[in-house]
Design a protein around this ligand. Structure first.
Ligand SMILES: C[S@@+](CC[C@H](N)C(=O)[O-])C[C@H]1O[C@@H](n2cnc3c(N)ncnc32)[C@H](O)[C@@H]1O
Length: 270
């Protein structure tokens, strides 16, 4: 079962890696400080669910002691890095977070990251993903889940950028027809994580407009996600390409989307 609606080719991998750098700059860290401070000094294990290219995991691995082990998990291995691109303490394996977790990974990790899984989830799947992620945690382990509130974006400036508005609306409508990218999924992320029984939840919300110098990169990253999503869900490719072309004209004129990034953390009980 793979409901994922973005492509997985080389260009998309480059987009994910660029997006990673942007989110890191906007948020100011890879791991929320509360989680970073809680990591054990021995046998520390960290996982990244829906890891894509593994960019978050590899970046974190480069900044933590080499005795920490890092596991990237994804429903598809298509974007995993090659063996020559990863250190010995980083590994990758296939896992569908919507299915019960394998026995050998139950209670295995001190910290788990999930980021930008939104295109793989229908409304009912969010709580399943949170509950299965919790099963992967050791007692007292932490989950960190980060999503963009893509269903509630503004287009700037208000008097221009109709092409950006139209493509966004199109993507929302075709996603919502499939039960995805609902207006409240990301805004309810904290409630979803609390509902899975995680404690000490905290939410940090950062606007993509908070650092003006990043607006252009945010727009590039978002535009190419929008184009990929529209093409993958389109039932009329010619009309979709016309929408994309109008949107791109607006982007070239300097119009951009602005959205909030939500990051929620929660801890498993002892
Ligand atoms: C937009 S990418 C984000 C990748 C990475 N988290 C990042 O922030 O760079 C979403 C990823 O979710 C994965 N995915 C989708 N559905 C999944 C599922 N049910 N279980 C595990 N991974 C899934 C996709 O294969 C894809 O690699």
């Amino acid at each position: 079962m793979d409901h994922y609606t973005l492509p997985r080719g080389g260009k998309e991998s480059s987009r994910l890696n660029a997006q990673h750098n942007l989110y890191k700059d906007l948020q100011g860290y890879l791991l929320h400080p509360t989680i970073a401070a809680s990591l054990p000094s021995k046998n520390c294990r960290i996982a990244d669910i829906a890891c894509g290219t593994g960019t978050w995991l590899l970046d974190l691995a480069s900044s933590l002691p080499s005795h920490t082990s890092f596991t990237g998990l994804d429903i598809s291995s298509a974007q995993f890095p090659s063996d020559s691109d990863k250190p010995a303490n980083v590994s990758f394996r296939i896992l569908n977070i919507l299915e019960p977790v394998p026995e050998d990974l139950k209670g295995h990790f001190d910290a788990i990251n999930l980021r930008l899984l939104i295109c793989g989830l229908k409304a009912k799947d969010w709580s399943t993903a949170a509950s299965n992620a919790k099963d992967l945690l050791k007692p007292n382990g932490w989950i960190q889940w980060c999503e963009g509130d893509f269903a509630n974006q503004d287009v700037c400036p208000p008097n221009d950028g109709q092409g950006l508005r139209d493509l966004l609306q199109y993507n929302i409508e075709i996603s919502q027809k499939n039960g995805k990218m609902l207006y409240d999924s990301v805004r309810n992320l904290r409630t979803t994580i609390e509902g899975a029984g995680l404690k000490r939840c905290e939410e940090v919300v950062v606007s993509t407009q908070s650092q003006a110098e990043l607006t252009e990169s945010c727009t590039w990253v978002e535009a190419h996600a929008m184009y990929g999503l529209a093409r993958s869900l389109s039932d009329d490719l010619k009309a979709t390409e016309a929408l994309i072309a109008q949107c791109e004209e607006g982007v070239q004129r300097g119009c951009f989307w602005s959205w909030n990034i939500h990051l929620v953390i929660g801890q498993k009980s002892s």
